[in-house]
Design a protein around this ligand. Structure first.
Ligand SMILES: Nc1ncnc2c1ncn2[C@@H]1O[C@H](COP(=O)(O)OP(=O)(O)OP(=O)(O)O)[C@@H](O)[C@H]1O
Length: 229
């Protein structure tokens, strides 16, 4: 299949809640990209594709996936996000990381999150499936479908995101903030080194960092972030 008369779809890279992500061959400039299909009617959160495209247009950082093109298709009701093809695998796709590797990954994700937060945005869905790690060690954050300004929905129970990476204040009050991204990073690192997301006491080297990122008080998570870099 050819998207926008230009991107020829190939092998499946991954499947998420919104749709499929495939390798695409850009026939105009002959290079490979990643093409994410978001069927509007099935999208778990309305406006996710436009929100993701809008956020990625603003964020430029080596740890954040680059947006190449955005192709809304009003006829079929599908949107296509054309992204930089990241050579890497998601955390969790392979055996657990060593603590040293997790420290490095944590530092890189934190740097990417800082770029997001400096623009006044919250990623909103940090989790192992949204962190890609390449053979060269480069770490890239993907899936900005829930990215928005900090917000408080005030409706407990109706929360967007992924358990168990949701900070307690999101579950309680629907409060999304840079600090809720830090909580999700803490849980992501815990899952990356233990292979489990059932929190049962952190591993030794990362203990102060993970415990700090998972603090119930959002402000206190910043100190743990500072330990990562
Ligand atoms: N640019 C990319 N390069 C390579 N693989 C990618 C890229 N973007 C996404 N993927 C793969 O596709 C999967 C799904 O992508 P993504 O998380 O963006 O979709 P989603 O439908 O929004 O998922 P979610 O269920 O987390 O909301 C990722 O976990 C990853 O394996």
């Amino acid at each position: 299949m050819l998207v926008a008369g230009r991107y020829r779809l190939g092998a499946l890279l991954g499947t998420g809640r919104s749709g499929q992500v495939r390798i695409g061959r850009d026939e105009h400039v002959v290079r490979e990209v990643a093409v994410k299909e978001v069927p509007r009617i099935l999208a778990p959160y309305p406006g996710a594709s436009a929100r993701e495209a809008g956020a990625l247009t603003r964020i430029r950082h080596q740890g954040v996936v680059e947006l190449v093109d955005f192709v809304p298709d009003p006829v079929t009701g599908r949107d296509w996000l054309v992204l930089e093809l990241v050579a890497g695998r998601t955390l969790g796709a392979d055996p657990p990381l060593t603590e040293r590797e997790a420290l490095d990954v944590g530092g890189q994700v934190l740097a990417a999150l800082r770029a997001v937060h400096e623009l006044g945005l919250v990623h909103g869905d940090v989790k192992p499936a949204n962190v890609l790690r390449g053979p060269d060690g480069r770490v890239v954050l993907v899936d900005f479908g829930l990215t928005s300004a900090p917000r408080r929905t005030g409706s407990p129970g109706v929360v967007a995101g992924s358990y168990p990476y949701l900070a307690p204040e999101i579950i309680r009050d629907g409060v999304y903030s840079p600090e809720s991204d830090l909580y999700a990073l803490g849980m992501t690192l815990y899952a990356a080194v233990t292979g489990s997301h059932h929190y049962d006491g952190p591993p030794p080297v990362l203990r102060p960092i993970i415990e700090g990122l998972l603090r119930p008080c959002p402000q206190q998570r910043r100190e743990a972030g500072a330990m990562l870099g």
